[in-house]
Design a protein around this ligand. Structure first.
Ligand code: F6P
Length: 342
């Protein structure tokens, strides 16, 4: 068997752990040839494919990013992109492709599978918004970074009696905001799933001050929006999957708080710091388990599936089920977060 592996979409800590697990298990246990496809689907279109051996994966477990590189390429938006992919699959004699990615990359994998590509998926995103898996790898690292940032912001917020607005990633889903915010003791958490009200935010900050808490930490997901308003985007431009670049909601909230309460307010945008650096132990283990399970699915010739975590078990999940709709923050978890608001 000759198996290609690619990483697509936004990178996240743990991608290298997946590549290492697939390669190691594939070579040592199944005697497969493993080939690395550079830069996501783009590398499969262009034929940028190279063999991976044990020395190529040596020492990569703790490394962030991806040794294969990544892009947000949508082959269905490129002239004859799909035809070129099938030509390269034939040229490089690939028997199967493992696609490591989020909803966009796996959406392409699903469509290519329907056209005959033997494909298996591995769910990746710091946003944790893919259905069919309790967790995606990268998320635990991201929320650990948010929690550490909140610990640091607490001390300076308290010293200056300020409100601190912390903007985190999370386009459609507020998992990073809710779980990072809970871990870091945020006083208010705002997520895309539940549009917010400026009067309520200001009342919560004021009520803290009335009981002697002169500072407040407000965590906001980039995709959160006020009631009856639309998303805040940086530019009108959209990527190949139709996503606008988000960002700016933190500044908007800070301006409103200052205007309405006259409380000195600062903004921190954590941005790509949440995606960079070394994965946590949890993410290394999850990514490794996903990688081993993915190459086992290839061995079983179970194509059209993604590996997923359910409870503490890794299970195959049909692409269609995983991609049906994004996994969003449920009201029950948000209620827990709200216990600590104000
Ligand atoms: O990986 C998903 C994500 O983290 C989103 O939350 C965010 O909107 C996006 O990536 C930003 O990615 P980039 O700036 O790399 O396009």
């Amino acid at each position: 068997m000759r198996v290609g592996i690619l990483t697509g979409g936004g990178d996240c800590p743990g991608l290298n752990a997946v590549i290492r697990a697939v390669t190691r298990k594939g070579i040592v246990h199944f005697n497969y040839d493993i080939l690395g496809i550079k830069n996501g689907w783009l590398g499969l279109i262009e034929g940028r494919i190279l063999p991976l051996d044990l020395s190529a994966i040596s020492g990569i477990l703790p490394r962030g990013g991806t040794i294969l590189g990544t892009t947000r390429t949508n082959p269905f938006k490129i002239e004859d992109g799909v035809g070129k992919i099938f030509a390269q699959v034939e040229k490089f004699e690939l028997d199967a492709v493992i696609a490591v990615g989020g909803e966009d990359t796996l959406g392409v994998a699903n469509r290519l599978h329907e056209k005959g590509l033997r494909c298996v998926g591995v769910p990746k995103t710091i946003d944790n918004d893919l259905s069919g898996t309790d967790y995606t790898f990268g998320f635990d690292t991201a929320i650990s970074i948010v929690a550490e940032a909140l610990d640091r912001l607490h001390t300076t917020a308290e010293a200056h009696h300020r409100a601190m607005v912390v903007e985190v990633m999370g386009r459609h889903a507020g998992w990073i905001a809710v779980e990072g915010g809970l871990a870091g003791g945020a006083d208010i958490i705002l997520v895309p799933e539940f549009p917010f009200d400026f009067d309520e935010i200001c009342a919560q900050i004021q009520s803290r001050r009335e009981r002697g808490k002169m500072f407040s930490i407000i965590v906001v997901a980039e995709g959160a929006k006020p009631k009856d308003a639309s998303l805040i985007t940086q530019t009108g431009e959209k990527d190949a999957f139709g996503h606008a670049r988000l960002g700016g909601i933190g500044n908007l909230i800070a301006r409103e708080i200052e205007m309405r309460t006259a409380i000195d307010t600062r903004v921190t945008v954590l941005g790509h710091i949440q995606r960079g650096g070394s994965p946590t132990a949890f993410d290394r283990v999850l990514a490794t388990r996903f990688g081993v399970a993915a190459i086992e699915l290839v061995k079983e010739e179970k194509f059209g599936y993604m590996v997923g975590l359910r409870g503490n078990r890794i299970v195959p999940v049909p692409f269609a089920e995983a991609l049906a709709e994004p996994k969003t923050v449920d009201a029950e978890l948000y209620e827990i977060a709200k216990v600590f608001f104000g």
